[in-house]
Design a protein around this ligand. Structure first.
Ligand code: HEC
Length: 304
């Protein structure tokens, strides 16, 4: 009992510490995201649309800006969005926060379109009379853009992997900026991330450093996964094979005794402890049945 109590209080303490730390942590927005500006004008029409969306999707937690009727029972408390702390943020920061969410703040990436998210920001800004909208960003005509093309280059001498991301237009393919590209090596269990995530610049091309000591198959082939994520096109994943590994003869997975192997090759200690536990349970079951029989018999035969 003491142990259970000890564990319970430890768990509670950890949960408490975690929420306390999370609420104290500044919400970091990547610099390139913070610089984004709206491609739509924050006019009366946008504000009005934003107000409808806000009342439907945000007011239940944040309250109406300036009225202080945000709910106080969440940790951290969802701020009243008229507060100076919020209004000091750039449009790009607000857009990022609404898009990704954090903790109790939900992500609106899938439930609101980009335009709707900018309209909400237009509404939030209408509570700040000092706000001046920065120059509009260029609007990409998403109807014209069809789909994404990934073109990888493998430098097996210098161990570099470059990825060129292009997007089809009606008659042309153009380099796609602002796409998030990540590289993984396919392994038995899960994928091994290589280098860090890259964002494509205007020429659409990023380069990853590849480790020179990764084991490949017997001819040095490695299976690579390239993931591309773009706000407008969603996520795309492609598998490639390249000679970027050290040729390795791998023993088949089922050769040795191991925990996750077939039953026949389970480690001996595991088989023994299993048998002992099962044996002990049966031993007690039989003892209990025998004792019950004894009690019954002694009831029938008072001399015993
Ligand atoms: C379920 C409750 C909930 C809903 C619904 C919600 N939020 Fe939030 N929001 C939060 C919480 C909680 C935080 C604080 C998150 C943190 O700091 O970790 C937050 C933080 C924010 C911030 C960051 C404020 C700052 O400067 O730190 C913005 C901006 C924001 N919300 C906007 C919105 C908008 C716009 C909507 C509607 C589209 C919305 N929220 C809907 C709970 C909510």
């Amino acid at each position: 009992m003491r142990i259970i109590k000890y564990f319970l209080s430890l768990t509670l303490l950890l949960i408490f510490l975690q929420t306390a730390l999370l609420s104290a942590e500044e919400w970091e927005v990547p610099a390139d995201k913070a610089k984004r500006t709206s491609p739509y004008l924050f006019d009366e029409n946008a504000r009005k649309k934003g107000e409808d969306i806000f009342k439907r999707s945000c007011a239940s937690c944040h309250g109406i800006p300036g009225q202080g009727n945000n709910i106080k029972s969440l940790v951290p408390i969802p701020p009243d969005l008229k507060e100076a702390k919020v209004q000091k943020r750039s449009d790009g920061e607000l857009f990022y926060m609404i898009t990704t969410g954090r903790g109790a703040m939900p992500s609106f990436k899938n439930s609101l379109t980009e335009q709707e998210r900018w309209q909400v920001i237009s509404y939030i800004r209408s509570f700040n009379k000092d706000y001046v909208q920065p120059p509009l960003a260029k609007l990409v005509d998403s109807a014209k853009l069809r789909s994404v093309q990934i073109i990888p280059f493998f430098d097996t001498v210098k161990f570099k992997v470059s990825v060129l991301v292009k997007a089809f237009q009606k008659t042309d393919t153009l380099p796609l900026p602002d796409a998030e590209v990540s590289l993984f090596v396919k392994r038995y269990f899960g994928n091994l991330p290589i280098d860090s995530i890259r964002i494509t610049p205007s020429n659409g091309k990023v380069t990853f450093n590849f480790p020179s000591n990764l084991p490949g198959d017997s001819t040095g082939n490695i299976q690579l996964i390239v993931k591309v994520n773009h706000e407008m096109f969603g996520e795309l994943e492609k598998l490639y094979v390249a000679k970027l590994g050290v040729p390795t003869i791998k023993p088949p997975l089922t050769e040795k005794r191991a925990m996750w192997n077939v039953g026949k090759k389970a480690p001996l200690w595991l088989i023994f402890s299993y048998l002992i536990v099962v044996g002990a349970i049966w031993f007690f079951l039989v003892r209990i049945i025998l004792s019950i029989r004894k009690i019954k018999q002694s009831g029938k035969n008072p001399k015993l």
